[in-house]
Ligand binder design. Structure first.
Ligand SMILES: Nc1ncnc2c1ncn2[C@@H]1O[C@H](COP(=O)(O)OP(=O)(O)OP(=O)(O)O)[C@@H](O)[C@H]1O
Length: 517
């Protein structure tokens, strides 16, 4: 049985079997980091960073260091270990010598809030070396986005006009673009002047999440555009919506380097990352990786942050779970905390219920995929600024979100997979800080839960006791909170029914007019 378990942990792909262990790297003070651009060092110090984290040092070595971006990188490193800067810094440093402004680096993320967060990291360092960062996430109208991303070109050194192509009119005005797949595809398909022709770096962050869904085939589309040979560009111009691809060309050095040999265009360098990177060959093959190098931490497939403490909280019955949660929140005394539920509907109900508990004394808000993006962003801002202490969240919050000062994560619902546990728990204990993850369980679930934790090298998960008197004191408040929840749900249902009735009446009134037409 043990052997079988062991065998299951061995990656199928040969290049994954001899990874670089990020765990053997130490933090490196900025002053000792070889080749770091002085402008970037200054920008990092302004961010309060005086050294690079191990994963950042390891990636630096494979990109700016002797590795020289020769291999595509697959990075599996714990939550909060600093993966964003691990790719942002070498890309910005490598592009700092560029002469012509055009889109050279594309970073794709699964959600808008994550993309905004990553854009902030690039925006903190890129201007120090004269680079511009753009965002394509659908936060503003497509017209507004285009006005930022595309500009009328000036012919600069290194660019020549191609008489065979169409006249140069428009070109991308950012060097680095952070995008979500949907909006990226909108620009590829319809935005005049949006070109990936000069792309040198492609980052697929939260890779396993992005590979799980097709998202309008963004990946094959990007790979097709960027792997095209020089002669194919005109053809692609027609295939991908008539952008000005083919009009401008950057004259590039075509060295006899690994991966470049015999090609007139340097290959696209890919960096893929996650705290739970997939090892599935069929998924990874979609990325068309070039001599991939696997960087991971330790020998286990999954790793939790070093300073994360995991606890379970035993609830005597399913019905009383909210009571235990309220008691736990009280015990945590208003420390910044994220409570995870497994369904958007329960997120909503639980948030109303907690807010109906008189005297809990802290601000509680909901963050879920059911809400409009603008509402979510507002809540997130309030949580970051400390105006909200408890966020009741669906799994929309699980991945990548980085909020300073989150001391506790609570799994109100048992996470279905170890990957879910890792990403949820990873909202705390970030950047070497301490953090705690509590999971509310019924006693019969403890065995299953412990078994799941072992997959992440976590053998010890002790029980966090709640004072019995605090539960008893909260019980009457819980009963009245349930009443308030019932009233609130009824009034919400009534509102929903009324608005759908009004909508159906409006449609009926309009119908004859449409039929006439
Ligand atoms: N060199 C550094 N020094 C100090 N803090 C850093 C450094 N690098 C990153 N950080 C901080 O560490 C935190 C986590 O970084 P980041 O969000 O990149 O983690 P991650 O590995 O991508 O996590 P996840 O897997 O959850 O997305 C951020 O708050 C970031 O500002």
């Amino acid at each position: 049985m043990e052997e079988e378990k062991g065998r299951r942990n061995v990656p199928v792909l040969p290049w994954m079997r001899s990874p670089i262990d990020v765990g053997v790297f130490d933090e490196c003070p900025l002053s000792l980091l070889p080749c770091l651009h002085p402008g970037l060092e200054e920008a990092l110090r302004k961010m309060g960073f005086n050294s690079l984290f191990p994963v950042q040092v390891a990636v630096w070595q494979e990109t700016i260091g002797p590795g020289a971006f020769e291999r595509d990188l697959c990075i599996n490193s714990p939550t909060g270990s600093g993966k964003t800067l691990a790719y942002a810094l070498p890309i910005v440093q490598a592009l700092s010598t560029r002469n012509v402004k055009c889109l050279r680096a594309l970073v794709v993320l699964p959600t808008r809030d994550l993309a905004l967060q990553v854009k902030e990291v690039f925006a903190s360092i890129a201007p120090a070396v004269g680079l511009t960062v753009g965002l394509a996430v659908g936060q503003t109208s497509i017209a507004d986005e285009i006005s930022v991303l595309i500009k009328k070109p000036k012919l600069e050194a290194g660019v020549f006009y191609d008489p065979k192509g169409r006249p140069a009119e428009l070109q991308t005005s950012v060097d680095i673009l952070v995008a979500t797949p949907g909006r990226l595809m909108d620009h590829i398909n319809t935005t005049k002047g949006f070109s990936l022709q000069h792309l040198r770096y492609l980052v697929v962050d939260e890779t396993d999440r992005l590979l799980r869904e097709a998202y309008q085939s963004w990946l094959p589309t990007v790979l097709k555009i960027t792997s095209a040979k020089e002669n194919d560009f005109f053809a692609l111009n027609h295939t991908f919506g008539g952008s000005t691809v083919g009009c401008l060309r950057t004259i590039r050095k075509c060295g006899i380097e690994r991966g470049y040999k015999g090609k007139s265009f340097p290959r696209l360098v890919k960096i893929v990352l996650s705290a739970t990177l997939t090892q599935d060959p069929s998924k990874l093959s979609q990325l068309d990786l070039h001599q991939p190098l696997f960087l991971t931490t330790g020998s286990k497939r999954y790793k939790l942050p070093d300073k994360l403490e995991s606890y379970n909280v035993i609830c005597e019955s399913k019905l009383n779970k909210p009571l235990y949660l309220a008691s736990l929140l009280q015990d945590l005394k208003g420390e910044k905390c994220i409570v995870f539920t497994s369904k958007v509907e329960s997120t909503h109900r639980l948030c109303i219920l907690l807010n109906s508990f008189d005297g809990l004394g802290f601000k509680i808000k909901e963050y879920s995929g059911l809400q409009r993006q603008s509402v979510r962003s507002k809540t997130l801002r309030a949580f970051r600024e400390g105006e909200v202490q408890v966020l009741v969240a669906s799994d929309a919050m699980t991945r990548g979100m980085d909020v300073e000062g989150v001391r506790n994560v609570i799994n109100y619902d048992l996470p279905p997979y170890i990957k879910t546990y890792i990403h949820r728990a990873g909202r705390t204990a970030r950047a070497g800080q301490a953090g705690r993850c509590f999971t509310l369980l019924r006693s019969h679930e403890v065995k299953q839960f412990n078994k799941m934790l072992q997959k992440a090298d976590n053998e010890s998960c002790s029980t966090h006791p709640l004072p019995a008197d605090s539960i008893e004191l909260l019980r009457p408040l819980y009963i009245s909170a349930l009443e308030k929840l019932k009233k609130c749900t009824e009034s919400e249902n009534l509102k929903r029914r009324t608005s759908s009735f009004k909508l159906s009446r409006t449609l009926k009134v309009k119908k004859p007019t449409n039929q006439k037409k």
